[in-house]
Design a protein. Structure first.
Length: 144
């Protein structure tokens, strides 16, 4: 699992460099701390790698892709990426704000767009998801 997470991180670094170079060429001017961005990306990658490995290790191969796509779409809509969290009822906002995608997207948006400081709350949420996801994947993942 560690090797898989590290390989995902290497791929992610290459993607971030490519997207950043293109965005800078198009006039993007990021704000905030590169350290905060790195922490968000690293913990986000660990969290989603853990969840992906958990799904891959517990579901049948035929169901993994369909389930992953469903979860992906639900997270995009419910996590503040496609539909802003403030469009949901207050009670739902509190729960949806605890999703890893909400913590990651809000943290990156606050730092890169608004120049906010280190988003400790979002980093904490991502850390909990990373530890829980990787621990569960470690317990339930089986090569078959």
């Amino acid at each position: 699992m560690t090797a898989k997470t590290l390989s995902v991180l290497v791929t992610e670094v290459l993607q971030v460099i490519l997207v950043a170079v293109i965005a800078l060429a198009l006039g993007w001017s990021p704000q905030g701390s590169p350290v905060a961005v790195f922490l968000l990306l690293a913990l986000g990658t660990a969290a989603f790698s853990g969840l992906g490995l958990l799904m891959a290790g517990t579901l049948k191969a035929e169901a993994t892709l369909a389930a992953a796509n469903l979860v992906f779409l639900l997270l995009l809509v419910g996590g503040g990426v496609v539909v802003p969290l403030d469009k949901f009822p207050d009670a739902a906002q509190d729960v949806l704000g605890l999703l890893p995608i909400a913590a990651l997207s809000e943290g990156l948006r606050d730092v890169l767009q608004h120049g906010a400081g280190t988003p400790w709350g979002g980093l904490g949420i991502l850390a909990v998801w990373a530890v829980a996801g990787l621990a569960a994947a470690g317990k339930f993942f089986r090569w078959e």
